[in-house]
Design a protein around this ligand. Sequence first.
Ligand code: 5GP
Length: 192
Amino acid sequence: MKELEDRIRSDGAVKAGDVLKVDAFLNHQCDVALFDAMGAEWARLFAGERITKILTIEASGIGIACVAARHFGSVPVVFAKKAPSINLDGEQYVTTIYSYTKQREFPVIVGKRFLGPEDHVLIIDDFLANGKALEGLVDLCHLAGAEVVGMGIAIEKAFQGGGDRLRAQGYRVESLARVGSMDAATGSIEFL
Ligand code: 5GP
């Protein structure tokens, strides 16, 4: 998606450790008009698919998923929570995810009331790197008996391999910007 690639080039920053910083428009300050264009693009890509729920993970996925949901009719957004909370009553599906940015494992939780065998799920997230976050969300869908229709990703760092692994497992992964390489020393970013 050219608009997103242009924005990454103009306002993104490549940091050491293969980190792409996009907090000016995606995961700290939010450009809602850009989120809206991303949602329209996922709706175009997944047109004709039966989607009953959008699943994402707190925190950065929530804004993107909620704006995108406006393009999918009356589809609710469910976000997986990263820590047990007193607000999480009833039974829950729980799995663990290894965080690339935080370099540790953490639990992710969805209340059983909000995901079930009747659901056809589109997973939406801001980044796809090694694929651990998405694998965790897929796990939650499997625990619930829900079908994963596909994944809509804003930025895939393709050189980290998570997207290829998920595609090899048969999942439809639609990333709006696919970074083939990036260099912290020069700040260069190549898109696929
Ligand atoms: P994965 O589990 O695919 O390795 O990483 C996905 C999660 O890690 C994303 O949801 C995002 O929060 C975070 N992440 C991975 N790489 C980057 C990056 O380069 N920049 C930012 N801002 N977040 C990243």
